[in-house]
Design a protein around this ligand. Structure first.
Ligand SMILES: [Zn+2]
Length: 62
């Protein structure tokens, strides 16, 4: 006797790809800009949240 089977097949997890911009760290270095319109760039770097992955360090592709 065959029992009715529900479709409980697991869905494959969405592929998680390391963020190409921050390489998984979730942070990026950006050059500090100063001036009225932020034109002048200084030699300093500041850490900012990666805007590509929003700090997650991963980009999920569905
Ligand atoms: Zn990122």
């Amino acid at each position: 006797m065959a029992t009715a089977r529900k479709n409980t097949a697991r869905r494959p997890k969405p592929a998680v790809v390391e963020c190409p911009d921050c390489h998984g760290s979730g942070e990026t270095d950006e050059t500090v800009c100063v001036g009225p319109r932020g034109r002048r760039k200084t030699g300093d770097k500041q850490t900012a949240v990666c805007l590509t992955c929003f700090g997650a360090g991963q980009t999920a592709t569905t």
